[in-house]
Design a protein around this ligand. Structure first.
Ligand SMILES: *[C@@H]1O[C@H](CO)[C@@H](O)[C@H](O)[C@H]1NC(C)=O
Ligand SMILES: *[C@@H]1O[C@H](CO)[C@@H](O)[C@H](O)[C@H]1NC(C)=O
Length: 623
């Protein structure tokens, strides 16, 4: 039996219907804005996006002032001005339509938790609601536009019911409903909210430029660009937005040399020789060149050279060869670019820095003297088939990156010799004002000997490293003691997944933990850690007061591990928010409530074990 609606609910429903289907809102809206806060609060959650939009669009100015304040300062936001409430309604609509979307993942979430909270309070939920909605529309009509038989206008393509019902224009037939069905309606109504957009090749056409005339795009992600027609279309779109565009990404594209020239031309703001792009990225794509060519496409060179604002360049997974990466780097260095992130991962570029060690051509002088990339903070060279010699050459090149903080050379077979050749670099870096902070060396064919020496070198740095990852190297139980010592040096995030530590290794780590640790995050997954890993965790929880997240999956921990870990949780009441114990040998006994109850002492803790019986306590991220 249905519950009987209250009078207030009936009134709210009537207002909703009037906003959705009424001809003029002038009669009803002023009254709605005068509603006392208690009733306004009841009304808002009842409104579907289209109705909320009408209410929001006509919001009187006195409320808007509140809103500006609300967006600038968190304190004012807390006061929940009327517009703050409207923003919360958008947020609720967004979260219910796209749960999980926009959440960051990975280690940095735990390290920068505080930063992220600050950021999320200045999001404009109305804007990202319609932006995401329009992206859904684009994705939905792409299927139709891709059909070879489709020859009509893009704007005429119908938006599926499944999308329309989310915004509240289904099931209430009215005169204007037919407008809602077309893609063009959504572009005209909501295009103004779109800043970031992902477009497939078939939508890179002149018509899209017309449809998105009111958009001020800041970020464009273009996919499957393979022909000159696509390039012409996208260039018009880029040109139309050249005043606002900050980020351009290409995925799954094929570039003929002339494509880059056209793209470069379109990026230039009218009358200027430079462009305003801050982030330029090409991923999972290929550059088609004549077999003998060993220079960069001219257009790409000019994008790199004319980009005063360029902060981030990513050329990931493009089957780049050595000469290509070498030329990119030389071009950046030559122009002393102010780039801060450089990502060349997932290519095949062994030898790309050899000229730094050997000089170029016949001159045996070292390359790049007096030039440097002062702003470069992050260099990602993951999975590039780099060998030990490459590490040695990297040492010479790193001199030209005096402010590097974050280096990823994972998935390269550099071996112990490779990492050892970088030791002088780490020692030299330790005295700098901006300290080196993140080092990733996963799966580099390192051994216990190489990593032990590395840890000793890193321990001498004046400012301790923030993050180290040496996972996926076969280091063995002997690694225990050096690791234990290192954990007490102030490291904040440590990844030692799958290094073959075993129970005995964890017990050795324990022996070395003699003082409080600064660890915030640790990953000890896949180490066959057994009871040793449980004892280690118990001590860790006790000694690392800042600890927020622990990943300890697949460690063959026996049943008694649970009480070992729980015992220190009980006494510490720390900050721990995530403890992942999935894939251990707890068996059926997990159903024993008394064991699990011990883990509930910390209200924030999310415990992951096996999917069926984990006592998940999802934390509440509402302000
Ligand atoms: C990587 O490049 C080398 C030559 O530099 C080549 O011999 C090798 O086959 C390439 N590997 C892959 C996976 O493409
Ligand atoms: C920890 O390591 C495991 C095993 O390799 C991996 O699957 C997991 O994603 C890592 N955890 C995090 C949070 O990165």
């Amino acid at each position: 039996m249905n519950e009987v609606p209250t009078l207030i609910q009936l009134c709210a429903a009537a207002i909703r219907d009037e906003l959705l289907h009424g001809d003029s809102h002038d009669d009803i809206l002023p009254g709605v804005y005068e509603l006392p806060p208690e009733l306004f609060d009841v009304l808002l959650p009842q409104l579907p996006p289209l109705a909320l939009q009408k209410l929001h669009e006509n919001l009187p100015f006195e409320f808007r002032d509140d809103y500006e304040l609300a967006n600038g300062y968190c304190e004012h936001y807390r006061k929940r001005g009327r517009c703050g409430i409207v923003d919360s309604a958008w947020r609720a609509l967004y979260k219910s339509r796209w749960p999980g979307l926009g959440q960051k993942s990975g280690v940095m979430v735990w390290l920068d938790k505080h930063e992220e909270e600050k950021y999320s309070s200045v999001v404009d939920w109305q804007q990202i609601y319609w932006e995401t909605h329009l992206q859904n529309c684009v994705d939905a009509i792409t299927e139709t536009a891709l059909l070879p038989s489709y020859g009509g206008c893009i704007g005429e393509i119908q938006i599926p019911d499944s999308i329309l019902q989310y915004i509240g224009c289904k099931g209430h037939p009215s005169v204007s409903t037919s407008d809602y069905l077309k893609f063009s309606y959504h572009c005209q109504q909501f295009g103004i909210y779109v800043r970031c957009l992902r477009l497939p090749n078939v939508l890179c056409v002149m018509e899209t430029c017309h449809l998105l005339q009111i958009s001020k795009l800041e970020s464009l992600n273009l996919q499957w660009i393979k022909s000159i027609e696509h390039v012409e279309g996208l260039c018009k779109l880029v040109n139309q937005n050249s005043e606002t565009l900050k980020s351009v990404e290409f995925t799954h594209c094929k570039f003929y040399p002339t494509f880059m020239d056209a793209i470069c031309d379109s990026l230039h703001v009218k009358g200027h020789k430079t462009h305003g792009i801050e982030h330029f990225s090409i991923k999972r794509s290929s550059f088609l060149q004549t077999d003998t060519s060993t220079s960069l496409p001219v257009g790409l060179t000019s994008i790199l050279k004319s980009g005063r604002s360029l902060r981030s360049l990513s050329l990931c997974d493009n089957q780049l060869q050595t000469f290509f990466a070498k030329n990119v780097f030389n071009t950046l260095l030559d122009t002393s670019a102010s780039i801060s992130n450089l990502d060349l991962s997932e290519n095949n570029i062994s030898g790309w820095l050899s000229h730094f060690k050997w000089g170029s051509g016949n001159q045996r002088v070292s390359f790049g003297i007096g030039k440097s990339l002062q702003s470069l903070h992050l260099l990602n060279l993951r999975n590039n088939n780099l060998q030990k010699d490459d590490a040695d050459c990297l040492k010479h090149a790193l001199v030209h990156m005096p402010n590097l903080q974050n280096l990823d050379i994972s998935d390269n077979p550099i071996e112990d010799d490779g990492i050892k050749s970088l030791f002088p670099y780490f020692i030299e870096m330790s005295g700098r004002p901006l300290p080196f902070s993140d080092l990733k060396l996963e799966n580099c064919e390192l051994t216990c000997d190489g990593v032990s020496q590395l840890l000793e070198v890193l321990s001498t740095m004046k400012t301790p490293l923030k993050m180290l990852s040496v996972g996926d190297n076969d280091l063995g139980s002997k690694m225990g003691r050096p690791l234990g010592k290192f954990m007490c040096t102030g490291i904040r995030a440590l990844n030692i997944e799958d290094i073959g530590l075993r129970s005995s290794g964890f017990l050795e780590v324990l022996q070395e933990i003699k003082k409080e640790m600064k660890l915030v995050y640790i990953n000890i997954s896949k180490n066959r850690g057994g009871i040793g890993s449980a004892k280690f965790l118990s001590k860790l929880i006790f000694e690392a007061k800042e600890l927020v997240a622990v990943d300890a999956q697949i460690n063959f921990m026996p049943m008694e591990s649970l009480s070992v870990i729980a015992s220190s949780l009980k006494v510490t009441k720390g900050k721990l928010e995530l403890l992942d114990l999935t894939g251990n040998s707890f068996g059926e006994q997990l159903a024993d409530e008394s064991v699990l109850a011990e883990f509930r002492v910390n209200g924030k803790l999310i415990l992951k074990m096996s999917s069926s019986v984990a006592p998940n306590t999802p934390y509440d991220d509402d302000p």
